[in-house]
Each structure stands twice: as C-alpha cells, then as structure tokens.
Design a protein around this ligand. Structure first.
Ligand SMILES: Cc1cc2nc3c(=O)[nH]c(=O)nc-3n(C[C@H](O)[C@H](O)[C@H](O)COP(=O)(O)OP(=O)(O)OC[C@H]3O[C@@H](n4cnc5c(N)ncnc54)[C@H](O)[C@@H]3O)c2cc1C
Length: 414
C-alpha cells in the first residue's frame, strides 16, 4: 500500500500560504499550522495604524481560504520545538509527525538592542500592534485638544518614526495626511500647524534599497507633505517622553514608531540550525536545510544570497516565490526526483508616500507621482485576499480619496 506523504507547513504568511496552495493537486497530505487563525496582509498594516482600514479588511481566516482544497488541514497553535532527526514538531504539547517540513515562520521586529522600545514605543507587526498604535495616535489628539500647556501639547502632537525604509516612508506620509486632511476637520479648535511628523533615518537616504532617482523622489514627495526628514540620524534612546538622537539632541514626543528592522521569528533561535544575519536560517540554494533535505525554510525566516552575494530581501514577493519553489521541489522529491535551486525573479519596487504620490521601478523603468500611486493602489487591491475584502478596501480608499476621510477613527481600548 502506498502511503501518501505528509507535508507540514509552519506559518500561514505569504510563504506558507503559497506552499500549501501550490500543493493542491499534488498527491500529498498538507497540514498548515499557525498560531493565528488568519493570514495577514502585512504591507497594509500601517493603514490600520493610521485609521485608514479595519483589521478585518487586511486579514482572512485560513480555513476560509482553503475551504475547497481537499488535501488540506489547518491547526491553530504555536510550534515550540522541531525534532529534525525523528521528523516531528511539538504543537502546544502534542506531537505531529511529517515526511516533509516547510518552515515559513516569518519575522519579528528587530529593535537592535533597544529592548525598552517594545514597551515604550510602537511597532507594526501584527493586528494588535497596529491597533495599539491607532488607539494611541487618536487618543493623543483628544488629549491635546484640552491640554493648556503649550509644551506638553507640542510633545503630544510630535510623532517620531524611526526607519526610512518603505514602511517608515509609507507611515510618515499617511500620518501627515491624516493630520492635514482629516484631523483638522475633527479638531477645528486645535492648532494642527503645531503637529510634526519626524522621520529618522540612520543612513544617508530614504529607501536605501531603491535606485537613487526614486530615493530623491520619495524625499521630495514627503517634504511636500511637511514630513521633517532627518538623515544620517541615529536614535539613541527613548524614555516614552523624549527621543534622544545620536548627537545628544532631544525631541519631546509621546510617540515613537519603530520601523527600522526585522529579524527571524523566535522559533528560528531554538532549533540548533545555522543562522546568518538577523537570525535567519541559512539554507541551501534549493531552500533545504543542509543536513535535512526533507526540511525547507522559506520567506523572511530563510537566509539565501542571490547571484551577486547579497541576501534576498525580507519581502512578500520573495516569500511567495519561495513558497511556490518549495512546493515544486517537494512534488519532485515525492516522485523520486530532485529539488531544484531557487532563483528570485525581481518584479520591481513600489512604495507609496500618500495621496497621488508613490515611487516605482517596474521592468527597469523608474517613475514617481500619480501613475506610480495608481499602480500601487491597483496592485494592493489585487493582492488582498478575499473578494469581499477587496471590495471593502476599494470602497474605503475611494471614499477617503474623494471626501478626505479616514474611515476607522475609533478609539477602542484593548
Ligand atoms: C509593516 C510591514 C510592511 C511591509 N510592507 C511590505 C511591502 O510593501 N512589500 C513587500 O513585499 N513586503 C512588505 N513587508 C514584508 C512582508 O510582509 C514579509 O516579507 C512577508 O510577510 C514574509 O512572509 P513570510 O511568509 O515569510 O512570513 P509572515 O508573513 O510573517 O508569516 C509568518 C507566519 O508564521 C506564524 N508563526 C510564526 N512563528 C510561529 C510558531 N512558532 N508557531 C506557529 N505559527 C508561527 C505567524 O503567526 C505568521 O502568520 C512588510 C512587512 C511589514 C511588517
């Protein structure tokens, strides 16, 4: 009797989801595990934080996504241990055996040793952290509206974002627009000319990984939205009230949003496998573990260098392509063949700076402004999972665009 191989996937992010989908017609049993019951579209988390979208519009239950896939099972829970020699994982105390393993556990925020920031600052990593940020931002406007002390009010209305990568740039632009177009209407007696959005970047330019012309375009577009950009500026400390910069300057602020780094998920540190920078797990060109060819690592958790030796970036496009590649190699292995090396096909770069403003590099062409923004909007609506979510996001964005509103300005304490 032929036993159907069991493929165990840990993580229902971009990489895990793509692996499971690509195995739909392969004669294997697929089990997908995640500690959350949903897939989250992380690139739009900042929109939850600035009250643009509801959490439910950028997330979808895993069971709903795979309702029609016959060889698929989902288990919600936290994987705490993997025994590579005996091929099983521990899930909340129980044991699940596998024939092939796909580790797609993603990443978490890297505070680079500034551990106090986890409590005092804000991050955008999951729905609770984005909602916490939204509650905090909206509460500050309420508190500032009845604060008589000008200095205290200024600190409440000074928002510092650390990290000039795509997430920092997108958050800074969106927050500046929230203040300029929406909060001015809600708080007519509050002088919002006092409000500041400050973006700190340790390097010499915003969007360091982008071509030079796009870096400059993003800089210009953000400045137009009155974002204060401080380049070559390191954050040294934040005590919840003031940010101390590398040169000793202090900025009084009750908000610091940290977007400056990502490292591999906790599980990667507990496996006894070889790790590279940011704790990512070093894999073979085929995405397999060197000593365990039945185990694959994909997405943010995997460390693989491209042809010119630089590590593949922690991006959804890399995660999706790797998920597909791992599924293809598992299909080959199960049929007695060999795994294939992974090659990343770079689809280009996109980042939005706000209304009518984005930067893009597609098929080698760089451009910025309205056309880049339109492509960003269409692509993000297309990539969100679930037809209902797509409609909801499209409707929200259209409404906000024409009426200068942000839909979800509710402070709902946890
Ligand atoms: C705010 C933000 C904005 C971003 N913007 C962009 C963008 O514009 N473009 C872009 O391409 N990329 C963007 N990214 C990066 C992109 O989201 C990641 O590269 C992508 O999510 C990686 O996919 P993944 O499948 O490896 O991991 P993830 O999507 O992080 O999924 C990992 C999954 O594993 C689960 N998990 C982890 N550990 C365990 C465990 N022990 N047990 C069970 N489950 C576990 C988690 O719950 C999670 O669901 C952004 C990321 C963030 C945070």
């Amino acid at each position: 009797m032929n036993v159907v191989p069991h493929v165990l996937i840990i993580g229902a992010g971009f990489a895990g989801l793509e692996t499971a989908r690509s195995l739909a017609k392969v004669p294997v049993r697929v089990t997908l595990i995640d500690r959350r019951n949903h897939h989250l579209f992380q690139p739009l988390l900042y929109q939850v934080a600035i009250a643009g979208l509801l959490p439910s519009q950028i997330a979808q239950p895993v069971r709903t996504i795979f309702r029609h896939q016959k060889n698929f099972t989902f288990q919600m829970g936290e994987v705490t241990e993997i025994n590579f020699d005996q091929r099983f994982v521990k899930l909340d105390g129980s044991i699940i055996a596998y024939d092939y393993l796909v580790l797609a556990v993603g990443g978490r925020t890297n505070f680079f040793g500034h551990d106090a920031l986890e409590e005092r600052g804000f991050q955008l990593k999951d729905i609770p952290s984005a909602r916490r940020t939204r509650n905090h931002l909206l509460s500050l406007f309420e508190r500032a509206s009845h604060e008589g002390d000008a200095e205290k009010r200024a600190a409440m209305l000074t928002f510092v974002i650390v990290g000039g990568g795509p997430t920092g740039v997108e958050t800074a632009g969106a927050l500046a627009e929230l203040i300029e177009h929406v909060m001015v209407k809600d708080f007519p007696r509050l002088n919002l000319n006092e409000a500041r959005v400050v973006l700190l970047e340790a390097g010499p330019a915003l969007l360091g990984a982008y071509p030079d012309e796009l870096r400059r375009a993003a800089h210009r577009l953000l400045q137009k939205k009155h974002v204060e950009i401080l380049l070559n500026t390191r954050m040294d400390d934040y005590d919840g009230q003031r940010v101390t910069l590398g040169d000793g300057t202090q900025i009084e602020s009750q908000t610091l949003i940290w977007t400056a780094g990502v490292k591999a998920a906790e599980l990667a540190d507990r496996l006894g496998v070889e790790q590279a920078s940011a704790g990512r797990i070093r894999v073979e060109p085929t995405l397999q573990l060197a000593r365990h060819p039945e185990a694959f690592v994909v997405g943010d958790a995997a460390f693989l260098a491209d042809a010119d030796g630089s590590p593949l970036p922690m991006l959804s496009t890399v995660a999706i392509q790797q998920g597909k590649a791992a599924a293809d190699s598992i299909r080959r292995l199960a049929a007695g063949g060999e795994a294939r090396p992974f090659r990343y096909k770079d689809p280009g770069m996109l980042a939005t700076v706000g209304r009518n403003a984005a930067v893009a590099r597609i098929y080698g062409l760089s451009f910025s402004g309205f056309l880049a923004w339109l492509i960003w909007v269409v692509l993000h609506i297309y990539r969100i999972i679930g037809f209902r979510n797509r409609l909801a996001v499209m409707f929200n964005w259209a409404w906000d665009y024409f009426f200068y509103e942000n839909q979800t300005r509710l402070i709902i304490e946890e």
